[in-house]
Design a binder for this molecule. Sequence first.
Ligand SMILES: *Cc1c(COP(=O)(O)O)cnc(C)c1O
Length: 258
Amino acid sequence: MTPDRYVEPARPPAAAGTGAGRRTGLAARLAAVEDRIGQACRAAGRPRADVTLVTVTKFFPATDVELLAGLGVTDVGENKAQEAAAKVAELDPALRAGLRVHFVGQLQTNKARQVVGLADLVHAVDRDRLVTALDRAAAEAGRRVEVLLQVDLDPKSTVDGRSGRGGARPDAIPALADLVSGAAHLELRGLMAVAPLGADPDEAFARLALTAERLRAGHPRATLLSAGMSGDLEAAVRHGATHLRVGSAILGARPVPR
Ligand SMILES: *Cc1c(COP(=O)(O)O)cnc(C)c1O
């Protein structure tokens, strides 16, 4: 039986290095996550191909991205513009060309240009000014950028207070969606969310699914749903996630930021 909620096993910190040991560790954890996704899809009656695994490599070096690509990883996620730009620049160009880079973090308007230069999908768009900044940066870069709107699922956030994990309140999503639709260089592809800390992820992702369904009524191309991380990917699959953002369950415990 699939446990109701995944409990992170105790594990030693990520092994450093680039050698065979690191590759073996990554391969084992990647296989375990792949197992969980497969089981969750079967339990939900969804085809595995409906769900994209985005391996979140923040805090880990470009060498890990290369090892992961060698293990079949096609989608990687980063949450800091500067770190992402430096890491992507280190990658072998041919390897880079075969990867989809997802920007999953909170984004400042002054980093819009940097993120447009490296991300294939921007996950956490949550305010008007960011839409404007991304549209301008995309115009300058001469490309169309695909975006997801981040929904704040924390019922405790107040109207102008924030839960700390970002996102626009569900009732603000329609106006934000219309703004993205009207932006010449952006393409609205769906929604993204992080389950509130300490809350039941099933309850939170059920609300997300409802918000997504309402959005699709007016924006039929907004079909992507980015939800679920190492601790709650099963719940996300149950509620229709198309993209899972998994970091520590694959890379190991994150090193302490410098
Ligand atoms: C770090 C991060 C993840 C991955 O979290 P894990 O719990 O390590 O799987 C997912 N989404 C976002 C937005 C993140 O910043």
